[in-house]
Design a binder for this molecule. Structure first.
Ligand code: SF4
Ligand code: SF4
Length: 430
């Protein structure tokens, strides 16, 4: 077993869906595909109202270096392009497509290709064209991660199969059901980056997944089940005992981290020229009648996914996109699944507690995996002393939520710190 990282917490796992096989959700009647589903600039629309599209038609072009293309996930007609609810940014420009129920794919997509002989440059271009982004949540364009600047040598690729967020099981199921595709995708990353070492990182609550990978002869490192084990910097520390410098990137310590879902998507892009038009989503929580792991077309509304899972048990108190620790609470169930949506959690019961005064217990400091002092940072933010909050490392916060989880005074520390970070960035931009 590998070493760990300092800090972190042990929330109840609640992985109720870990034994439930992935099921493909029937085609939605309409999809709502935002042009912004990734870190970086939104894609530029390539279609207009009335256009006919197929599955895999490019509907948005990457705009600049850090951006990603988007594709239609069904065949049919573009019925509108307008602002629509978005699960991360509240609202954004969206392409609404009405299905023709034909599921017609773009020419050449899903046809087996020989990608083994392609050059590194060609593989990167295929991944870029397919709109592949990190599927672990941050949705950073994958081709950018595969294009380190001149002089940055990558010696190790870590394929992240930790899925440390409670309740989520999409990655776990993907490893159990599609190990070969994941391994081929990982090998493709290894070839592109010319990295000598490839490691699969798995938490010890998924030993069946580790066994499946080991049987295929790849290197697997088993890690302690601890949140946030799957965060890049913590993962690199635990697996390689290397520390990413403050403000730095994994490539500064010779490493690139990719999620298992991203590896599988890259494999599908290379082998079948399949753009990123679907993903596995865990749908769970006490508010869902039949929790499932679903293969969902991008742009499907949460309510359609929930209805496919038998609907709500009771009127929902909270709907979260992502995991319970880092996920984002939604104001409507009309929001669509996007590339970074790993889970939809519905709570039928949700208690809210009033914020109390800080009792100076230091729990938040003990659990912070970034070695920060959340109690100090939140006080500076509360008093609008953003410059001092920055000096105390606010921008290094990875928003994991460990501090708020462990705070006996129920202070929403992450909300304060997120707000502080936004204010610091806004001032610096000025
Ligand atoms: S301060 Fe940020 S990094 Fe530290 S525990 Fe809180 S959310 Fe996580
Ligand atoms: S955990 Fe909460 S109460 Fe304890 S020091 Fe941190 S902010 Fe204060």
């Amino acid at each position: 077993m590998a070493k760990g990282f300092s800090g972190g917490v042990h929330p109840h796992e609640e992985k109720y869906t870990e034994k439930i096989a992935i099921e493909a959700m029937p085609l939605p009647k309409r999809v709502y595909i935002p042009f912004s589903q990734h870190t970086g600039k939104p894609a530029l629309p390539l279609v207009k109202k009335g256009d006919e599209v197929k599955v895999g038609t490019k509907i948005g072009e990457a705009d600049g270096f850090i951006s990603s293309s988007v594709h239609s996930s069904i065949s049919g007609t573009v019925v509108d392009i307008k602002k629509y609810p978005h699960p991360v940014v509240g609202e954004s420009l969206c392409c609404i497509i009405e299905s023709n129920n034909q599921d017609e794919w773009e020419q050449g997509v899903k046809v087996k290709q020989n990608y083994e002989s392609l050059s590194r440059k060609e593989l990167i271009e295929i991944i870029k064209e397919a709109g592949i982004v990190g599927l672990g949540g941050a949705a950073f364009p994958t081709y950018v991660k595969l294009s380190p600047p001149e002089g940055k040598k990558i010696d190790t690729i870590i394929i992240n199969g930790c899925e440390c967020e409670p309740m989520l099981t999409a990655d776990h199921r993907l490893i159990l059901e599609y190990p070969i595709g994941i391994i081929e995708g990982a090998g493709l990353f290894q070839r592109v980056l010319d990295a000598p070492r490839l490691i699969f990182a798995i938490e010890n609550n998924k030993l069946d997944a580790a066994d499946v990978l080991k049987k295929e002869g790849v290197e697997v490192v088993i890690l302690k089940t601890k949140y946030p084990q799957g965060a890049e910097k913590q993962l690199i520390k635990a697996v390689l005992n290397r520390e990413v410098p403050r403000g730095g990137l994994p490539m500064d310590v010779g490493c690139v981290v990719q999620n298992v879902g991203t590896a599988y998507a890259a494999f599908q892009a290379a082998k079948y020229r399949k753009p990123l038009i679907d993903r596995v989503v865990t749908v769970t929580g006490d508010g869902i009648k039949e929790p499932k792991n679903l293969l969902v077309r991008i742009g499907t509304r949460a309510i359609d996914v929930i209805n496919h899972c038998g609907g709500y048990t009771n009127p929902p108190k909270k709907i979260i996109f992502g995991g319970p620790m880092m996920g984002i609470a939604q104001f409507t169930d009309e929001v669509p699944v996007i590339k970074g949506t790993s889970g939809i959690i519905v709570r039928a019961r949700a208690q809210t507690f009033p914020e109390g005064p800080c009792v100076r217990c230091a729990s938040c400091i003990d659990v912070c995996p970034m070695g920060l002092m959340p109690t100090e940072i939140y006080k500076f933010v509360k008093n609008r002393r953003f410059k001092t909050a920055k000096e105390f490392g606010a921008l290094d916060c990875i928003e994991c939520g460990c501090c708020a989880y462990s705070c006996p005074a129920r202070i929403p520390l992450v909300h304060y710190i997120k707000y502080g970070k936004a204010e610091i960035r806004r001032t610096e931009k000025k």
